[in-house]
Design a protein around this ligand. Structure first.
Ligand code: TNX
Length: 434
C-alpha cells in the first residue's frame, strides 16, 4: 500500500514550489498538530506551514476558497474533530470508481478526511469477495439496486485503486459490510446461508428490516470471517464498519449472540470496529466506535457506551442526513427525519446533541448519503451541495467561531464555482448566491 503523500507530493500535485522562494511558500512546522496549518498572507506573498503535509493540504483548500483575491493577515487553523466524514451508499445504487473519485475531489475542498462506503445492503453487494463469486455475479449484476436501476460492483483491484486515490488526498476509506440485517442480497446469492436453505427472491424495493444472517448457524460466521478478512486486507485505514442497524427481524437474543461473535473479529485483523448505534445494546469490545444516526433527543445505550470510554461518531439524521429533502419541493430524497435545510445542517452542536455524549466522547461527525432515490452523480451532488459544507464546518470549526450569517455569506461564493465546474448543486433559497 502507498505511504501518505509528503509535502513534496502535495506541492507537486498543486504545481507549487515547496519551501522555495515563490509567491506561495509551503513548509512544515512540527510544533503544530498534524492537521493544523498557519497561513500568512502579505503583499510579499503567501506562507503556508502545516503540522504535516496533511495540514498543508487543508491550508491549500482554505486558500482555494478565497478565490483570486486574497485577504491579508494570518490564519491559524486546526480541526475540532479528528473524524470528519461523508458516507456514500453504493449498495442501493452503484457508483463507479471514477464517480467515487470525483466525489472525493469535491469533498476534500471542505476538509473531509473520511469517506465511509456503504458497500452492501438488501438490494445489492458491491465488493468482490474471492471465493464467494455469486455475491457480485448475482447481487452486483443486472437488475440490482433500488428499482433494479443501480447494477455494478467494485473488483478488489478497483476498490484498492479508490482507496489509494483517497489516501493521496488524505482521505481514509471506511468500508461497511452491513450485518446481520440488510443482507437479502447475500441470501439471494447463497441461499445455503438462510435458516431453511430455500431460494430467496431478489428485492429492489426500499423496505428495511426484513432480512437477517442466521445467528445460530456456523456457516454464517465462516462467511463473515472471510468477508471481513478480505476487506481488512484491502483496506490500509484503521476502521471496519460492520453495520448492525435496523435488525427488526433478528430476535434481540440472536442479535446479541451474533454481535458477540462478530464485533471482536476486526481487532484480529488489526482494525477498529465501528457499528451503527444499535450495537451499543450489545457487549462492546473496548475500542468499538458507535455511530449515532437517529433523531431522538436521548439514547441510553449510547450514553452508557460513552461513559465506558467508547467514542461516538455523530450523524443525527435530522441534521446530517444528506438524503433528507431540503424542503417539500425537493425532487429527490426521503423525509422520515423531516426536512434538512442548509441552516438545519449548520446550526447545531455535536457536543450538545446527546445527553451523556460530551466533547471528549466524540470522535467526529459524518454526513451519510443513502441512495434509494438517486440515479446519477448529478443526483448525488444535488443532495450533497451545499449541505455537506455545512456539516463539514460543524466538524472542523469550534462552536464559538461558527455563525450562520457568516457561513451563508461565504457559501454564496461557491455558486459560480460549482456552476463553472458543472456541479449540480441545490440553489437553496436560504443563500444569496453570487
Ligand atoms: C435508515 S440510518 C437506514 C438506511 C436507509 C436510511 C434512509 C441507517 C443506519 N439505516 O438503511 O437507507 O434510513 O434514510
Amino acid at each position: 500500500m502507498s505511504a501518505p503523500p509528503s509535502l513534496g507530493d502535495v506541492a507537486a500535485h498543486l504545481n507549487l514550489p515547496a519551501a522555495a522562494d515563490g509567491a506561495i511558500r509551503l513548509g512544515l512546522d512540527e510544533a503544530l498538530p498534524a492537521e493544523a496549518y498557519r497561513l500568512e498572507i502579505t503583499a510579499a506573498g503567501v506562507s503556508l506551514l502545516g503540522g504535516s503535509a496533511q495540514g498543508v493540504f487543508w491550508g491549500v483548500q482554505t486558500l482555494r476558497q478565497f478565490g483570486t483575491v486574497l485577504p491579508g493577515g494570518v490564519i491559524e487553523d486546526r480541526p475540532r474533530y479528528a473524524y470528519r466524514g461523508a458516507m456514500l451508499d453504493i449498495a442501493r445504487h452503484f457508483f463507479t470508481p471514477d464517480e467515487i473519485k470525483a466525489h472525493i475531489d469535491l469533498l476534500v475542498q471542505f476538509k473531509i478526511n473520511h469517506l465511509h462506503l456503504h458497500l452492501t445492503d438488501d438490494q445489492g453487494w458491491r465488493l468482490e469477495i474471492p471465493g464467494w463469486p455469486r455475491l457480485t455475479d448475482v447481487s452486483g449484476g443486472p437488475g440490482t439496486g433500488v428499482d433494479g436501476a443501480g447494477p455494478g460492483f467494485l473488483t478488489c483491484a478497483e476498490y484498492v485503486d479508490v482507496v489509494e486515490y483517497a489516501a493521496a488526498r488524505f482521505v481514509t476509506i471506511v468500508p461497511e459490510i452491513d450485518m446481520p440485517g440488510h443482507v437479502n442480497a447475500v441470501h439471494v446469492a447463497y441461499p445455503e446461508l438462510t435458516a431453511d436453505g430455500q431460494p430467496v427472491v431478489p428485492r429492489t424495493d426500499a423496505e428495511v428490516g426484513y432480512s437477517s444472517l442466521v445467528a445460530g448457524k456456523e456457516e454464517t460466521y465462516a462467511f463473515v470471517e472471510t468477508v471481513l478478512k478480505t476487506v481488512a486486507d484491502l483496506t490500509p485505514g484503521p476502521y471496519l464498519h460492520i453495520g448492525g442497524d435496523e435488525c427488526l427481524s433478528t430476535p434481540p437474543e440472536d442479535y446479541r449472540t451474533f454481535l458477540a461473535r462478530v464485533l471482536p473479529i476486526p481487532a484480529r485483523f488489526g482494525k477498529t470496529v465501528i457499528g451503527w448505534h444499535e450495537i451499543a445494546t450489545a457487549d462492546l469490545p473496548e475500542d468499538a466506535v458507535v455511530q449515532y444516526w437517529r433523531i431522538e433527543a436521548a439514547d441510553e445505550a449510547v450514553a452508557r457506551a460513552a461513559a465506558t470510554g467508547h467514542r461516538v461518531i455523530v450523524s443525527p439524521a435530522d441534521r446530517t442526513y444528506l438524503d433528507m429533502k431540503y424542503d417539500a419541493g425537493t425532487r429527490l430524497g426521503l423525509d422520515w427525519a423531516g426536512h434538512v435545510s442548509v441552516e438545519r445542517a449548520y446550526d447545531w452542536d455535536p457536543a450538545e446533541r446527546l445527553p451523556g455524549v460530551g466533547e471528549e466522547a466524540i470522535l467526529g461527525v459524518e454526513a451519510p448519503l443513502w441512495s434509494e432515490t438517486l440515479r446519477s452523480v448529478d443526483d448525488v451532488r444535488h443532495l450533497t451541495f451545499p449541505r455537506l459544507p455545512a456539516v463539514a464546518e460543524v466538524a472542523w470549526s469550534p462552536r464559538e467561531s461558527r455563525d450562520w450569517q457568516s457561513f451563508r455569506a461565504r457559501l454564496a461564493a461557491f455558486g459560480p464555482r460549482w456552476e463553472a465546474a458543472g456541479v449540480s448543486f441545490h440553489r437553496s433559497p436560504e443563500i444569496d448566491w453570487h
